[in-house]
Design a protein around this ligand. Sequence first.
Ligand code: AMP
Length: 189
Amino acid sequence: MPKRIVVLGPPGVGKGTQAKLLSERKRIPTISTGDLLRKSIADGTPLGNTVKEYVESGKLVPDAVITEVVEEWLDSEEAKEGFLLDGFPRTIAQAESLEQILNRQSQKLDCVLYFIAPLDVVKERLFNRAKIEGRSDDTPELIEKRFSVYRQQTEPLVEFYRSRGLLLEVDCTGSIEEVYEKVKSAICS
Ligand code: AMP
């Protein structure tokens, strides 16, 4: 069973939901950088104040800011035996920092779960989620913005991890439980 996992994929693909399920059912500690940043903003912490403008305009927060947060968590007792990263890395620079952090810890990633689905399916999911959750970065304009940021800055990670032999593709069409079954067979193959 892999214990050091990254989940990757475009917005709306359901990777956060699957990360939570996997984390609960397989008892792997997880961090969602998006959730953490939204909470920091809601709580008005110094981190929240630094990142507010970026998050609310659909841009990525600076690499150094988010990497410091993730590094601190990876060095904590909680993440010592394994971890699931949801929403990090989002850029090649972040992925390189992650490699350096893990090298320093004499650890390495076991796999990257790459969630794929047709664009119309993920956009539909995002628009529905916007109605249910009322996230401030889920307006139609910001959804488009986050897609374009994903394509430009995050999608290159697919080749980065494929070339390292770490990429496991998961087709995420279907119900939550159906997709979870695919996740399980991908990581146990
Ligand atoms: P998410 O919930 O993962 O879609 O993240 C929501 C927002 O948080 C993103 O649009 C970014 O503004 C910010 N964010 C989350 N993770 C990262 C990251 N690894 N690097 C930069 N910005 C991030």
